[in-house]
Design a binder for this molecule. Structure first.
Ligand code: EPS
Length: 388
């Protein structure tokens, strides 16, 4: 399963084409739209989210609620396009006197993108570098999530920290929280007290013209052992998950399971003892590894902890250099969010789901859901005892 997205932040629409999807997979458009809404929500979002109300339009690949095994084209309309038809016009000459963006924001793609692509207007860069594109990823990831759900796999996320406001939590507790606890919080944090602190922190940052980053966890349950491979670097699920997380703008850190804490402990307090029973087959007595050993899933929950940097657009901007005059000036003040950590976690769910869906398809075939499920059952029976 692969996806490609197209679309600028203030263009007519975002598009995702998801290909190599097996036939016969039930698709929940309601679930995809619910995820798009979750991505738009979260305390600390800016004015743009009041304009948009993201809903997916399916252009191909689905019939009577199930996939056809053909490319699925998904579209999310940009309502804001109505205000940008002149600035983002696809054809015609640039209108006389139209402002160019020549005040690149530190931390954003503006400057390096402009140097690289040889443009004197950072808008040519920032329109695509904008995190608006992640709406298309969430739509695409919805297909992967439906595929995983059909195989009994659940992907969720919650926020651990925003700025310096954190909940008291460690990765071993990551499976303890219910969807209700997470999603009723405006910052998607299951601890109500910590949620309030995070919201206060966002309020202060907003007044100061600041932005905030934070930390969130991705938790995947229902996985089988043996997804991914140990035979080559690119086949390791660990490297694929890391690439997927770092493909999301502003994600700067990633820990698996116990993460960096494992580097402080001796081996006996890090590795998870192996256990076995006729009912459950092989398992682990603990899950410090976060569900991965040797680049493969162990069958224990997959636990990723991700760090996001603060958004680069500041209402109290940092110094930059005017690209026309080379004078020191303040960076441009694009309308922006104060904090998008709760939203980034939803995007990461989609990215992780796409990696895991691919790992299942690689292992069990990819034509249709019935064959995949039969292959999966056969595999699970075999690995319970390892007898041939
Ligand atoms: C973004 C700037 C803001 C954000 C945007 C990412 O958009 P605008 O310039 O239209 O105010 O709201 O994110 C989204 C639109 C979104 O849907 O996530 C940026 O510069 O990266």
């Amino acid at each position: 399963m692969r996806y490609v997205t197209a679309g600028e932040s203030h263009g007519p629409a975002l598009t995702a084409i998801v290909s190599e999807v097996p036939a016969g997979l039930p698709i929940s458009i309601e679930q995809i739209n619910a995820d798009l809404k979750r991505r738009q929500s979260g305390y600390g979002r800016g004015g743009r989210q009041k304009i948009e109300s993201d809903q997916v339009v399916v252009q191909s690949g689905i019939r009577f609620g199930k996939t056809l095994g053909t490319p699925i084209c998904l579209q999310v309309v940009n309502r804001d396009w109505a205000h940008w038809t002149r600035i983002m016009a696809q054809f015609g000459d640039r209108p006389e006197g139209m402002r160019r963006e020549v005040w690149p924001r530190p931390g954003h793609a503006d400057l390096v993108g402009a140097l690289k692509n040889n443009t004197d207007d950072c808008r040519d860069i920032l329109e695509r570098a904008s995190a608006r594109e992640t709406a298309a990823r969430v739509a695409a990831g919805g297909i992967a999530k439906d595929f995983l759900a059909a195989l009994g796999v659940d992907v969720r996320s919650y926020v651990v920290r925003i700025g310096s406001a954190a909940m008291d939590d460690d990765p071993s507790q990551a499976t303890a929280y219910t969807t209700g606890q997470i999603e009723t919080s405006e910052v998607r944090c299951p601890d109500p007290e910590a949620s309030d602190c995070m919201k206060k922190m966002i309020d202060v940052a907003k007044v100061q013209g600041e932005s905030l980053g934070g930390v969130y966890r991705i938790v995947v349950t229902g996985l089988i052992p043996g997804l991914g491979d140990f035979d080559a670097g690119p086949h390791r699920l660990t490297s694929q998950l890391a690439a997927a997380i770092f493909s999301i703008p502003a994600q700067k850190g990633l820990e698996f399971g116990l993460g960096f804490e494992a580097t402080r402990r001796p081996g006996s307090q890090v590795h998870d003892p192996i256990i076995q029973s006729p009912e459950t087959g092989f398992s682990r007595a603990s899950n410090n590894a976060g569900g991965l050993e040797g680049g493969m899933t162990t069958g224990m929950p997959l636990i990723l902890t991700v760090g996001m940097k603060p958004i680069p657009t500041l209402r109290t901007p940092l110094n930059t250099v005017n690209m026309d005059t080379m004078e020191v000036v303040k960076a441009s003040k694009e309308r922006s969010d104060v904090c998008a950590v709760p939203a980034a976690a939803v995007v990461a769910e989609a990215e992780v789901a796409m990696v895991l869906a691919n790992a299942y398809l690689q292992k069990f075939g990819c034509d249709n859901m019935d064959d995949i499920k039969a292959n999966l059952r056969n595999y699970l029976d075999r690995i319970k005892t390892l007898s041939k």
